[in-house]
Design a binder for this molecule. Structure first.
Ligand SMILES: [Zn+2]
Length: 303
């Protein structure tokens, strides 16, 4: 049987929030079986906010949680790392409203958790196994989940930039493939959009240290970590947003030009309808093989 896991010892870091630009100290602590992931605002008497769908608040360029007016912002990269490493239970202490962006990927969180060590717990992990398909469309955006015995993602983007264009990435999120193919993919933004985003009070902490900066026809701060780093980051975000289901999922997720709003809409749609899924445990022999594939086309040739 696959069991729940937590970390072995407390581990911490400091950084700044991508959107708020605020300095923040973060600590990750071990937690008992059945806890899930719970954030604590230690600057607000340790106010606790569980990382679950019912606490999702504002969702635009990042995913934020809110409970009784208290906010925790940009949760997706850390939650993604927890899913990628199979961490079910942890307390995350923050002394400000936004998680640190660090290098813009999940890699620094992965390294912190590995440094802390991973501890197997007594309780068998309950998976949310999809039984019936769910498809959601919004204009040309699409997201769906289909029944499957393992967790896989197929993500497509179509971004009018010579380095991106149409790009699809498919990955089986098991046996280390998250760590090899997804964790290090950084967030990205364009120089041209920067003034408008800043006017909306966003990306106050953005710099060439924590995101890929796109220019009209290239990037300012190369090299890329993967030639298709952009679509891989979308997978990273999706995995982090789907963590708000509160359990690891068994299903095939397909997304096309989706974003945080559609990711979290899928989560609440799934949780609302209990005929769509069942809770199961999984024996150790059932872990699927590593599989990854990527399709890329330059924007020019795709038009
Ligand atoms: Zn992201």
């Amino acid at each position: 049987m696959i069991h729940e896991q937590t970390i072995r010892s407390a581990v911490g870091c400091t950084g700044i929030g991508l959107h708020s630009g605020a300095s923040v100290s973060m600590r990750i602590l071990p937690a008992p079986p059945g806890t899930g992931i719970v954030f604590h605002r230690i600057d607000l008497d340790g106010f606790a906010i569980e990382a679950v769908s019912r606490n999702v608040a504002r969702v635009s360029y990042a995913t934020s949680l809110m409970k009784k007016g208290v906010l925790i912002s940009t949760t997706e990269h850390l939650l993604s790392a927890f899913i990628g490493l199979g961490i079910d239970n942890a307390i995350v202490e923050l002394d400000n409203l936004e998680l640190p962006i660090l290098d813009g990927s999940a890699q620094p969180f992965v390294e912190m958790i590995r440094k802390a060590g991973i501890r197997k717990q007594r309780r068998p992990r309950k998976y949310l196994k999809i039984r019936r398909e769910v498809e959601m469309r919004e204009g040309n955006k699409f997201i769906a989940v289909y029944p499957a015995d393992s967790y896989s993602v197929s993500y497509s983007i179509n971004f009018p930039h010579p380095l991106i264009g149409k790009s699809t990435f498919q990955v089986q999120l098991s046996n280390g493939s998250y760590l090899r193919h997804i964790a290090a993919a950084r967030t990205f933004g364009s120089r041209q959009d920067e003034p408008a985003m800043r006017n909306m009070g966003l990306i106050r902490g953005a710099s060439s240290e924590n995101c890929i900066v796109l220019t009209r026809d290239g990037i300012e701060n190369g090299p890329l970590r993967f030639s298709d780093e952009f679509v891989r980051h979308k997978v990273l975000d999706l995995v982090g947003d789907l963590a708000l289901l509160g359990n690891q999922i068994l299903g095939k997720v397909v997304a096309d030009r989706a974003g945080h709003a559609m990711h979290t809409a899928l989560v609440s749609r799934i949780l609302r309808d209990k005929t769509l899924w069942e809770e199961v445990t999984v024996s150790n022999e059932e872990t699927p093989r590593d599989a990854v594939s990527s399709v890329q086309a330059a924007a020019g040739s795709a038009l």
